[in-house]
Write a protein that binds this ligand. Structure first.
Ligand code: ZN
Length: 128
């Protein structure tokens, strides 16, 4: 098995069986964004508990395999984490989570879910 097969299996698994796909009943944070150059759209919904931790997370979206797999991977990563931890999540962290040799063209697809998360966190903290 080559590295490329591994990459495909990891991405295909999340793409074919997305985790946390859907909507929450009463989300505290809702954000979306798109990547026009590829046509990807991602929407994230987060329910935050009184300790400032992500209690539940869901995503919806459409787009290429990398963007959808990346959204699924991100939801698995952020569940149970504090908003402060999520604010410090970097692009490098996100690319490490996706764990695929994304070229420059697919890099924006892999980072789109992070962009959505960051915009949601920003709106949430501005609201106080
Ligand atoms: Zn894409």
């Amino acid at each position: 098995m080559t590295d490329n097969d591994l990459y495909r299996e990891h991405i295909l698994d999340h793409y074919g069986h997305p985790r946390n796909r859907g909507h929450l009943d009463d989300p505290d944070i809702v954000a979306d964004a798109d990547e026009p150059s590829c046509g990807d759209q991602v929407r994230l919904e987060l329910a935050v508990n009184s300790d400032g931790r992500v209690q539940q997370v869901a995503f919806e979206g459409e787009g290429c395999m990398i963007s959808m797999a990346s959204a699924s991977i991100l939801t698995e990563h952020i569940e149970g984490r504090s908003l402060d931890e999520l604010k410090s999540l970097t692009e490098d962290d996100m690319l490490a989570l996706v764990d695929a040799p994304v070229g420059s063209s697919r890099r924006r697809c892999a980072l789109l879910p992070l962009k959505v998360l960051q915009s949601g966190l920003r709106m949430h903290s501005e609201r106080g």
